[in-house]
Design a protein around this ligand. Structure first.
Ligand SMILES: NC(=O)c1ccc[n+]([C@@H]2O[C@H](COP(=O)([O-])OP(=O)(O)OC[C@H]3O[C@@H](n4cnc5c(N)ncnc54)[C@H](O)[C@@H]3O)[C@@H](O)[C@H]2O)c1
Length: 279
């Protein structure tokens, strides 16, 4: 099978690992920065999408750059007619970009999915499935980048996103680990009355590190959670391509984006009609 990963940074390398775990896979990578470094075994690197061989039909192409170059890259990738495209979450920063991307998917008849692998992380799934009240404490990590995962977890677990999401900003907007992108500290409360489940995702500074606790007594600490999430990411695409698991499509991610954008605009101080400067 032929795979392509566009943007081989922190998360993109996980997708390369995932595709390499197929027997007989050919993994093509595009990254102008990584192209000059020694490639991981059994991969071949290109500087641009335009440099990829035109006679290869890709079974899947992943675009795992940060969000700003994504739409332009998507246009270039569609021309290659891959069987499917997977985008990193949150896929885009504005409604215009979502609408253009959905139009491209239709025009080229290419299914487009968005990577919310957290829904399959063994460490996170039990928080909704088995408890009525959960808390995730993630000191120092950004709200913008993470809230979408919890909305998706609800959708995956119960089939709907909670109507009541409330974000409280407690810290200044800061430049995230991805240059030119912003995030802030605070907490997000989710409550889904239909199923009587509520929870809090807390991104304030604190001494105790990443931890998850629920009213059922489930509790897990940072050093145990993170390898589980990382392992899930690496295995996710393999299982997705094999049809064992499902990832949301662009329409579903657009719904998530709008909830995050509106709530962030309400408490974050930026204009909800403009681009959301995250991810
Ligand atoms: N689903 C998840 O759990 C998860 C986890 C982490 C990050 N993400 C998302 O993945 C995206 C990337 O995050 P990251 O931490 O890997 O970022 P990163 O900065 O480590 O990697 C981005 C890579 O894209 C490359 N790139 C930039 N422009 C490019 C272009 N035009 N063509 C090809 N490559 C290009 C960069 O050189 C870099 O290597 C973000 O949108 C982030 O929100 C998702």
């Amino acid at each position: 099978m032929n795979f392509c990963v566009v943007g081989v940074g922190g998360i993109g390398i996980r997708h390369v690992e995932s595709f390499l775990s197929f027997r007989d896979s050919h993994v093509f990578c595009v990254d102008p920065v990584r192209a000059n470094q020694p490639p991981p075994a059994n991969t071949v690197f290109f500087e641009t999408v335009g440099g990829l061989p035109s006679n290869v039909r890709f079974d899947a192409v992943v675009i795992s750059t940060s969000s700003r170059p994504r739409l332009n890259l998507l246009k270039q990738v569609c021309i290659l007619h891959p069987k499917m495209i997977i985008l990193e979450k949150v896929a885009f920063t504005s409604c215009y970009e979502y609408e253009t991307a959905m139009e491209l998917g239709k025009r080229y008849s290419i299914p487009i999915f968005v990577n919310y692998a957290w829904r399959y992380a063994d460490s996170l799934f039990p928080i909704l499935k088995t408890s009525k009240r959960w808390s995730v404490f993630s000191p120092g990590s950004g709200l913008c980048c993470n809230v979408c995962h919890f909305l998706d977890l609800y959708r995956y677990t119960f089939g709907f996103v909670p109507r009541n999401v409330s974000i409280s900003r407690s810290g200044d907007v800061y430049e995230s680990k991805r240059r030119g992108y912003f995030d802030f500290l605070g907490s997000a409360d989710f409550s889904a009355d239909e199923v009587g489940v509520s929870g809090r995702f807390d991104c304030n500074r604190g001494a105790n590190g990443f931890r998850i606790e629920t009213d059922t007594g489930y509790s897990i600490q940072g050093s145990d959670v993170l390898p589980l999430v990382s392992k899930t990411t690496a295995r996710c695409f393999q299982e997705f391509i094999e049809g064992k698991i499902r990832l949301p499509d662009l329409d579903e991610d657009f719904m998530t984006f709008r909830i995050v954008r509106d709530e962030m605009a309400r408490c974050g101080g930026w204009d909800s009609q403009s681009e959301l400067p995250i991810t």
